[in-house]
Design a protein around this ligand. Structure first.
Ligand code: CA
Length: 241
C-alpha cells in the first residue's frame, strides 16, 4: 500500500515537472518573439531617424551651396546606416499645373480613359487653370459648368481640386492620386533628373545598408526650387522664400 502511495506521489511530481517545463518553454519562446519584435521596432526607428537626419543635412548643404553643382544623390553615414538622399519620385509624377494638354491627355489615356474623352478632359483641365473665360475646343469655362462652381482660372492649389473639373471621372483621384503632384515636373531617374525650371524639389532618403537591409520612404522637404534649362539636368537648387 505504502509502495503504491510512493508511486502515485512520484507520478504527480513527474507530471508537475513536465507541466512546468512546458510552461517555461512557452514563456521562453514568447519572450524571444517579443524581444525580436522590440529589436525590429528599435531598428526601424533608428533607420527612420537616420534617413530624416540625412535629408536634413542634404537640405542644409543645398541651401548653403554657392556653387553651380548638383550635390545629389547625397551619401551619408550614421552609425550602422549608409543613407542615400536623392531627388524624390515627385519628379516622375504628372504635375497638374505644369503639364501641357498633350501630357495631360497621355496621362488620362494611360489610366484607361478612351482617347477622345482624354483629349476633352485635358482641355477642361487647361481651361480650369488658364486665366480667361474663353472655352477652348473640347474645353469648358463658366458657361459649360451651368450652375456648378466654375473654373478658378488659376493654378490648382491641391491635387484634389481636380475633382471639381467638369466631367472628371472619380477614379482619376481615387485610383491614381499617387501619380499626380503639384511639386514636380518630369524626370527620368533620380540620377539623371530633368525637369522644368521652377519646379519644386523634394528629397527622398533611403537606407543603402543597415540592420534591416535596404529600405526607403519619402522624407519630404519642399523648401527648394530647381534652376536650369528645360530638358537639362538640374544645375542647382535654391531655397523657396
Ligand atoms: Ca479659364
Amino acid at each position: 500500500m505504502r509502495r503504491q502511495q510512493r508511486g502515485a506521489a512520484l507520478l504527480i511530481v513527474l507530471w508537475t515537472a513536465l507541466l512546468l517545463a512546458i510552461l517555461l518553454a512557452g514563456l521562453a519562446a514568447r519572450l524571444r518573439t517579443e524581444s525580436l519584435i522590440a529589436r525590429t521596432q528599435i531598428d526601424r526607428l533608428a533607420a527612420m531617424e537616420a534617413m530624416e537626419g540625412a535629408a536634413l543635412v542634404a537640405a542644409y548643404r543645398m541651401a548653403r551651396s554657392r556653387r553651380n553643382e548638383v550635390i545629389l544623390p547625397f551619401p551619408y553615414r550614421l552609425n550602422a546606416y549608409d543613407v542615400r538622399v536623392a531627388l524624390s519620385p515627385e519628379m516622375r509624377k504628372l504635375d497638374v499645373n505644369l503639364a501641357n494638354e498633350r501630357q495631360l491627355a497621355d496621362f488620362f489615356t494611360s489610366i484607361g480613359i478612351d482617347n477622345q474623352e482624354a483629349v476633352e478632359l485635358a482641355a477642361k483641365v487647361a481651361d480650369w487653370r488658364d486665366a480667361d473665360d474663353l472655352a477652348r475646343p473640347n474645353g469648358a469655362e463658366k458657361g459649360e459648368y451651368a450652375g456648378k462652381a466654375p473654373p478658378r482660372n488659376r493654378s490648382f492649389l491641391s491635387v484634389d481640386e481636380l475633382s471639381l473639373v467638369l466631367d472628371m471621372p472619380s477614379e482619376v483621384l481615387t485610383n491614381h492620386r499617387d501619380s499626380l503632384t503639384l511639386l514636380g515636373g518630369y524626370g527620368t531617374t533620380n540620377d539623371d533628373v530633368r525637369l522644368l525650371p521652377g519646379a519644386r524639389v523634394t528629397l527622398e532618403s533611403s537606407i543603402v545598408r543597415g540592420p534591416l537591409g535596404p529600405v526607403s520612404f519619402p522624407v519630404q522637404t519642399n523648401a527648394f526650387r530647381a534652376t536650369g534649362k528645360v530638358g537639362q539636368p538640374i544645375e542647382r537648387v535654391r531655397a523657396v522664400q
